[in-house]
Design a protein around this ligand. Structure first.
Ligand SMILES: [Fe+2]
Ligand SMILES: [Fe+2]
Length: 354
C-alpha cells in the first residue's frame, strides 16, 4: 500500500506550513519516527501463538472500522475562530502531535510490510498501517478544515528516524498502542458524562477508534509471546526501562475538557498497567509515593529541556546540559523504585473493556 495514495494531502500547495514544522520537530515530548532491522524482524515465527494470531488477523481483516473514519452528520462544524486563543493553540498542538504519533505508526508499519519477506509479519503490518493511515488521514482532515493540514509526504521524506532493534520496537510500540487506547477511551468516557465540555467533534470518534489501537497492542503482545526470552532474564530490565520511559504526554487543554489532569494521568497509567500484565512479568508500583513525586520531577525536567533546546545559543546549551542531568537523575530515581512481580497468564488475549 502506498500511504501517499491512501492519505489525501496537497504537498505543493503549502509544503512547510506551521503545522508541518511542528510535526517535523524532534523534541523529547514530540512523537518520533522509527526504523528497525527488517531482516531480524523477518526471523520471527508466530507458530507458537498460531491460534490467537489467526484469530487476531481475522479480526483485523474483517475491518470493523472500515467506514468509521468519515465525517457524518455528527461532525458539527466548529467556529474555530471563536475558540479562546489559548485553547485554539492547545487544540492545534494536540491534533498535530496525535497526527504525528498516528502517522509515525503508519510509516513504520508500512515499511515493515514493504521490506519484509515473512508472510505473517507482512500481513499483520499491512493491516495495521491501513488503520494508522486512516487515523492520521482523519486528523489531517480536521486540520484541513481550518486550513492547517500537515504535509505528510514532506514529513515522511524529511523527519529524523530513530533506529530501534525489533525487540525494542515491540516493547515501546506495545506500550504506545495500549497508552493510545487508554487515552482515547478515558477522554471518550469523560465526555460521555460531560457532553458540554466536548469542544471539538473529533472526540466523538474516539470510542471505536481506540479499539483499533487495542488490537494493535494485542498484536505486539503476541509478537512478544512468540519468544519467551523477550520477556525474561535481562530483558526484564529493558521492559522496566520502557515502562518508566513510556510516553508521558498529557492534553494541554484539560481545563477546557473539564478533566482533572492528575486524575487523567493516573487513570491512563492504571489502565495501561493493568493491561500490560498480559505480557510483562513486572508492573510499576503506582501506589508508591516515590512514583508520583519522581514523575512530577521528570516531567518538569523534560519541559525545561525542550524549552532550552528551542532557546538555543550558549545559554540554551548550558541549560540543556543542566536539565539533562536533572532529567537523568529523575529517571534513575523512578527506575530504582521496586517493581511488583506479575505472573503472566498462559492465555492472555484481551478485549477492550474500559
Ligand atoms: Fe492509530
Ligand atoms: Fe495503533
Amino acid at each position: 500500500m502506498n500511504i501517499n495514495t491512501k492519505i489525501k494531502h496537497s504537498p505543493e500547495r503549502n509544503p512547510v506550513n506551521e503545522t508541518t514544522k511542528m510535526a517535523h520537530e524532534t523534541t523529547l515530548l514530540a512523537p518520533r519516527f522509527y526504523t528497525t532491522d527488517f531482516d531480524e524482524l523477518d526471523k520471527v515465527s508466530v507458530e507458537s501463538v498460531r491460534f490467537d494470531w489467526d484469530k487476531l488477523i481475522g479480526e483485523l481483516k474483517s475491518d470493523p472500522n472500515k467506514t468509521h473514519f468519515k465525517k457524518t452528520k455528527d461532525w458539527e462544524e466548529i467556529d474555530f475562530d471563536a475558540l479562546e486563543p489559548t485553547l485554539r493553540k492547545e487544540l492545534i498542538d494536540f491534533l498535530v502531535s496525535s497526527l504525528t504519533a498516528e502517522f509515525s505508526g503508519c510509516v513504520l508499519y508500512k515499511e515493515m510490510k514493504r521490506r519484509g519477506k515473512n508472510p505473517d509479519i507482512c500481513e499483520l503490518f499491512g493491516l495495521m498501517s491501513r488503520d494508522e493511515a486512516r487515523h492520521a488521514g482523519f486528523i489531517n482532515d480536521a486540520l484541513r478544515e481550518i486550513g492547517m493540514d500537515v504535509n505528510l509526504g514532506f514529513l515522511t521524506r524529511s523527519k529524523k528516524y530513530t533506529f530501534f532493534k525489533p525487540k525494542f520496537i515491540f516493547y515501546a510500540t506495545y506500550l504506545s498502542e495500549k497508552i493510545g487506547y487508554a487515552r482515547y477511551i478515558t477522554i471518550f468516557r469523560h465526555l460521555e458524562k460531560n457532553p458540554d465540555s466536548r469542544f471539538h467533534p473529533i472526540f466523538k470518534w474516539f470510542e471505536k477508534w481506540c479499539n483499533d489501537e487495542f488490537r494493535h497492542g494485542e498484536a505486539f503482545a503476541l509478537l512478544m509471546k512468540t519468544d519467551p526470552k523477550l520477556t525474561s532474564g535481562r530483558n526484564v530490565w529493558w521492559i522496566r526501562f520502557f515502562l518508566v520511559a513510556r510516553d508521558h504526554a498529557r492534553p494541554a487543554f484539560h481545563d477546557a475538557l473539564g478533566v482533572d489532569i492528575e486524575w487523567y494521568d493516573k487513570q491512563v497509567l492504571q489502565i495501561t498497567s493493568e493491561i500490560s500484565k498480559q505480557v510483562f512479568p513486572i508492573e510499576i508500583d503506582l501506589d508508591s509515593p516515590r512514583w508520583e513525586r519522581g514523575l512530577k520531577r521528570l516531567r518538569a525536567a523534560f519541559e525545561s529541556l525542550d524549552n532550552a533546546k528551542r532557546q538555543g545559543g550558549l545559554i540554551g546549551n548550558l541549560k540543556k546540559a543542566y536539565f539533562s542531568v536533572i532529567a537523568g537523575s529523575a529517571f534513575f530515581l523512578l527506575y530504582i523504585i521496586p517493581v511488583k512481580k506479575n505472573i503472566v497468564p498462559k492465555d492472555s488475549c484481551l478485549q477492550p473493556t474500559y
